[in-house]
Design a protein around this ligand. Structure first.
Ligand code: 5CA
Length: 166
């Protein structure tokens, strides 16, 4: 079951519905504390920061297509490594671009259910966990998922783009 979806706010509810539509069995949780950053999410959940999924939006300079990087919460994305796998340098998208393309504000961007389809990369370090937690559309909502299932439903390419040192 995907939990009591009807009790969720509109944004988290839309993400829960999208997860259900893609066959992901999970339960979106609206937390009493902020989950705006990976560190806050880990605190709120009592899990390792490494098990939080950052959903980071990048873009090729001057191009309109968003590129989504799903990265472990305790690491920075190495832009050299990302350029290699993406076939060219990418830059961090500004908050307006993120909102327009995904439909969500930074701090709540989910890994799926965006307005526009994003080319998606998932860092292999996430696969070390049985369960990871990702944002569900708001800075207070998260959902747990097997990282392999997350890679599958986002059609992500599995890559090594995280920094070596946390
Ligand atoms: N809800 C949490 C955990 S799931 C979350 O969304 N984390 S996050 O890492 O995916 O989103 C916050 C990220 O947005 C930060 O890591 C930060 O790199 C990025 N960010 C914050 N402010 C800006 C900004 N002004 N422009 C571009 N990116 C930003």
């Amino acid at each position: 079951m995907n939990g009591p979806m009807e009790s969720l706010g509109a944004r988290a509810g839309a993400v829960a519905a999208e997860l259900a539509r893609r066959g992901v069995v999970t339960e979106v949780r609206e937390m009493p504390a902020s989950t705006r950053t990976a560190a806050e999410a880990a605190d709120a959940l009592g899990c390792e920061v490494a098990a939080i999924v950052k959903s980071l939006v990048f873009r090729a300079p001057g191009r309109d297509e968003p590129v989504l990087v799903l990265a472990p919460g305790d690491r920075r994305v190495d832009e050299e490594r990302l350029a290699e796998v993406a076939g060219g340098r990418l830059e961090r998208a500004d908050p307006r671009f993120v909102k327009e393309r995904t439909g969500f504000a930074i701090g709540g961007v989910p890994p799926l259910g965006h307005r526009v389809t994003c080319t998606t990369f998932l860092d292999e370090r996430l696969l070390a966990h049985e369960v990871v937690w990702a944002a569900a559309g708001t800075p207070r909502s998260v959902f747990p998922v097997d990282p392999r299932i997350l890679a599958e439903v986002t059609s992500a390419r599995i890559v090594a783009v995280a920094d070596d040192d946390p």
